[in-house]
Design a protein around this ligand. Structure first.
Ligand code: TUI
Length: 307
């Protein structure tokens, strides 16, 4: 399946792995890239030198391109932005903000820039700023989300820009991928399904929470603070939503979730931790290798698109 995205990135399949905090570390990124997609190291809020190490470790495991996701709410984003260049990374995606101030630096260094956007306005702004492509991410996604759904956002972004569009949010099989392509996308970005991949280092409790989830098992917390986050319902989300309803302060809400994603991913605390995952979790039934995930999904999409 060749598209402008496979050409741009020099990858075999039009599949990008999400830049998930704590989850998108070098084992997963290297496995996705080895399987012919684009693996990403999620810099999230990691100390910049850890990101450098992660890039170097990934490169030991694969000669294929890997990218880095720069999370723009990170106070260290600028340092990470520079490390990406120093380490010779060829592709960057960004999340949770406007990467405008890093664009010139990245473009001058020959880095391909693919901002994740949640609106048409941001997509147009990114195209004008020199982005090579955009990821249009719907609110079905796990983690920090916008307002629009993938079904509505992708075709509107496709019509608004000339650069290639990657669809994200709610995609975990070949039907979703085929649908995204019918909406005009030239690749998909998937997160939740890669959390459950065999090569993912995520605690088995977290993977089981996704595999056991039903369609309506996620919640969006943080709407009141302006940072809405989707995760699987548990004691933490119930408590968070209760506090939000009572008008709790930003500090109290922060206190509840401080370190909670790490605790879920690394220690398997899926009761008080934050189990970020998308609405498509209900479709995911088993742990598979990255190769099986990517080849299975693209083969199914190709069959559907031909038929
Ligand atoms: O970034 C994500 N997903 C994330 S980041 C993250 S870490 C975090 N944890 C807790 C609270 C907040 C963040 C977990 N999941 N996805 C990409 C994405 N970007 N979704 C939405 C956006 C976005 C939103 C606003 C992109 C640009 C934007 O622009 C606003 C502006 O004008 O700056």
């Amino acid at each position: 399946m060749k598209t402008r995205i496979t050409e741009l990135l020099g990858i075999e399949y039009p599949v990008i792995q999400g830049g998930m905090a704590w989850v998108a570390e070098y084992h997963l990124a290297a496995a996705v890239s080895e399987a012919g997609g684009l693996g990403l190291i999620g810099a999230a809020s990691a100390p910049p030198e850890i990101v450098r190490e992660q890039i170097r470790e990934a490169k030991k495991l694969t000669d294929k391109p890997i990218g880095v996701n720069v999370m723009l709410l990170n106070p260290n984003a600028e340092e990470v932005a520079k490390i990406v260049i120093e380490e010779g990374v060829k592709v960057v995606t960004t999340g949770a903000g406007n990467p405008g101030k890093y664009m010139e630096m990245w473009k001058n260094a020959g880095v391909k820039v693919i901002p994740v956007v949640a609106s048409v306005a941001m997509a147009k702004l990114m195209e004008r700023a020199g982005a090579d492509a955009v990821v249009a991410e719907g609110m079905e996604s796990g983690g920090h989300i916008g307002e629009a759904t993938t079904m509505t956002l992708v075709p509107q972004v496709v019509d608004a820009v000339n650069i290639p569009v990657v669809a994200a949010g709610g995609i975990a099989d070949g039907r979703g991928m085929a649908a995204a392509i019918m909406l005009g996308a030239e690749a998909v970005q998937m997160g939740t399904v890669f959390v459950t991949a065999k090569e993912s280092i995520v605690h088995s409790n977290y993977k089981q929470k996704i595999i056991g989830a039903k369609d309506i098992d996620s919640e969006v917390t943080g709407r009141s603070t302006g940072h809405p986050v989707r995760s699987i319902r548990n004691k933490m989300t119930r408590e968070y939503l209760r506090l939000e309803k009572e008008g709790a302060s930003f500090e109290d809400l922060e206190h509840l979730t401080l370190g909670s994603l790490r605790n879920a991913v690394m220690d398997g605390d899926v009761v008080n931790g934050t189990v970020m995952a998308g609405q498509i979790a209900g479709l995911i039934k088993e742990e598979k290798s990255c190769k099986d995930i990517i080849e299975g999904i693209t083969a199914q999409a190709e069959r559907l698109l031909k038929g």
